[in-house]
Write a protein that binds this ligand. Sequence first.
Ligand code: NAD
Length: 260
Amino acid sequence: MNPSNVTSRHSTVIPLHPHDRVFILTGAGISAESGISTFRDPNGVWSKVDVETVATPEAWRRDSKHVWRFYAERRKQAADVRPNPAHYALARLEAELGERLMLCTQNIDPLHERAGSRGVVHMHGELMKSRCDRCERPPFHDERLYLEGPPRCECGGRIRPHVCWFGELPFELDAVLEALEISTVFVSIGTSGTVAPASHFVLWAGRGNPGGTARKYYVGAEEPENAMFFDEVFVGKAGELVPTLFPAVPELPKNELQTL
Ligand code: NAD
């Protein structure tokens, strides 16, 4: 890896130009300061629970009650959590950039929406949604706990959490890849760079542009596994760094606004 791209500055700025298209990828680290454990947190939920027993289709087939209870517990905890300054900063950025921003999260928590973001793509699903494991009924908002086990669908199937388990295909990948390939600025926040396909996004960003690439930044508490693919790595807490990233968002010239 190239250590020259690593900085430990505690505040930084990503310069934006009027024609930039920004792709933001967030991971568990952005919600850490809101009190939701990351995947790797030594004291986190995942250090006590074996992923194989709660986050795979095999686990669901083996013991759906156990899997459902695990997510019900997460729902209960998420009911009280609040967004932190990083979530709010990204909601403000969306308000300023509109269609020029894609916010894609690996998180299943609802903190981006609670901060006011509207167009969030949850590539790994949403904790507060469920769907049937048998019929085509669309996913629906669901905050029920049913701690005794998964409720039944009208078709007889079992209601499962609307999350992407290991071995399943992430959601909305076509739209994500399209936005990624034409992005000119890629910013990854609080994700360890270990879970594919999100860990490869940094390689695909800007691939469809004339120069074949984008300006690539990482923001997080430590260097990610894929640090060598970023132009700059800013080490620090998301809640402190993200609000300083985009101080001045340039506007498109008025005669170009209607073409977006
Ligand atoms: P991860 O736990 O593997 O990595 C988290 C990263 O966040 C680490 O690199 C860590 O250094 C960084 N981090 C920790 N505290 C931070 C802070 N305050 N500010 C900035 N960065 C901080 O998580 P991941 O890369 O998102 O991938 C793990 C998988 O687990 C994903 O599939 C995700 O869907 C899932 N997950 C989701 C949630 C959630 O919904 N909030 C929580 C845990 C895990």
